[in-house]
Design a protein around this ligand. Structure first.
Ligand code: GLU
Length: 411
């Protein structure tokens, strides 16, 4: 099952319960626009590669489209479409005034030289410029992109419009119009969702055993904040493999090891594969890598009682059904990883008002949003007797459909 089929199925799973009309269902089941463009990249050796760039804009119903840009060899048009749809629901779950979008460049970005990286990002940005803007579509980081890439894209856009325009993109370095607290926001949001979940259940988070799949920005920050909250990180992995230590891993040392060697393997503990990691005995499993990690074939082997989705789309609909029948609670991506776009929204608000908030304010506001949204989703789950993903979708899709109805009596 591809990410796109999965995303559409998740929408269809709530469409009837919400009483969506056939035309509303059809309208929400496709992005409003998908831009696909060639991106010529001059390599250091003098050759030119012609890459494919994509930007899918799923919805403008609740505000400008919003969503990250990923640079990865596995990117496809369908995956970007799915990710753009997930952004729409995510922004609606946390109730920020945005629609959803996502961008992608099909490239093995990590293998490029520093100069090639800059040329690739700027070349992608130049083809993207006509489709974005601070009131129209605001990109941000995603897989393999970060502050540096955002600064280059912002620079291209600012030259294009003839003046600095920081609000066109979020996730910028703090020195370049970014917000404090944005780098850690997605991982922190995952931790806050998990913390609130256990509070609601009247169970301590302290000493809960956590397994983290994916040790990029999201996984590292989720590990850091969860361990500060008293949980024990017993295993971590990245695309090259993982490590496991039942007594707990030192998160700061693990991050340092990853920074120095580019991988988690070789760090203290026993080496395990990504597949083994997902099936470890633990309380909380946080998939923080790519979509489709938990699927029909391995869902039965997951031993965690809670899955906190730091990644977008890590659980297929087939796996969802298996997990539900096994009473595993999935804290869905559109809630659990919404901290990133929430602080992106704060960054955009600060840029537009020419203000810079303190880290205390950003953390406080993020905490308020994540706790309130977790409570909202929990309430719907309890009221309707559905799992948390269905509850989040009921909440989000209804909000988006209500906005569409305000201007489109024909839908
Ligand atoms: N790429 C992140 C996500 O999937 C952040 C998006 C944003 O900040 O706009 O939520």
């Amino acid at each position: 099952m591809t990410a796109w089929k999965n995303a559409q199925q998740q929408l269809f799973n709530v469409a009837d319960q919400l009483g969506l009309s056939g035309s509303m269902k059809a309208f929400l089941a496709e992005p409003e626009a998908v831009h696909v463009f060639t991106v010529p990249l001059s390599m250091d050796d003098g050759s030119t590669q012609v890459l494919t760039g994509i930007r899918a804009q799923h919805s403008f119903a609740r505000g400008p489209a919003k969503g990250g840009i990923r640079f990865h060899p596995g990117v496809t048009i369908d995956e970007v479409k799915a990710l753009s749809m997930w952004m729409t629901w995510k922004c609606a779950v946390v109730n920020i005034p945005y629609g959803g979008a996502k961008g992608g460049l099909i490239i093995d970005y990590k293998a490029l030289s520093p100069h090639e990286k800059e040329r690739a990002t700027r070349a992608y940005a130049r083809r993207l410029l006509p489709y974005i803007g601070p009131d129209f579509d605001i990109p941000a980081p995603d897989v393999n992109t970060g502050g540096r890439e955002m600064a280059w894209i912002c620079d291209e856009y600012s030259h294009y419009v003839g003046h600095p325009e920081p609000a066109v993109i979020t996730g910028k370095p703090v020195e370049f119009g970014g917000s404090v607290g944005r780098i850690d926001a997605t991982g922190r949001g995952v931790a806050l969702t998990v913390q609130r979940y256990y509070e609601i259940r009247n169970e301590p988070l302290e000493r809960k055993r956590v397994v983290i799949q994916g040790f990029g920005n999201v996984g590292q920050w989720a590990a850091r904040v969860l361990s500060k909250m008293g949980a024990i990180i017993i295993a971590i992995s990245d695309s090259k493999g993982g490590v496991h230590a039942e007594e707990g891993l030192n998160v700061e040392a693990a991050i340092e090891h990853k920074e120095q060697t580019g991988r988690v393997s070789g760090f203290a503990g026993s080496e395990i594969s990504n597949e083994e990691l997902l099936e470890l005995e633990c309380d909380i499993l946080a998939p923080c890598a790519l979509d489709g990690a938990i699927h029909g074939k391995n869902a039965r082997k997951v031993k965690a009682s809670v899955i906190a989705e730091g990644a977008n789309g890590p659980t297929t609909t087939e796996a969802d059904e298996i997990l539900q029948s096994r009473k595993v609670t999935v804290l869905p991506d559109v809630l659990a990883n919404a901290g990133g776009v929430t602080v992106s929204y704060f960054e955009w608000v600060q840029n537009r008002q020419r203000l810079a908030w303190s880290v205390h304010d950003v953390h406080q506001k993020l905490r308020d949003v994540m706790r309130a949204s977790t409570d909202d989703v929990c309430r719907v789950a309890d009221d309707k007797g559905v799992n948390w993903r269905i509850a989040a979708y009921l909440l989000a899709v209804e909000r988006v459909a209500a906005a569409v109805r305000m201007t489109r009596s024909d839908i």
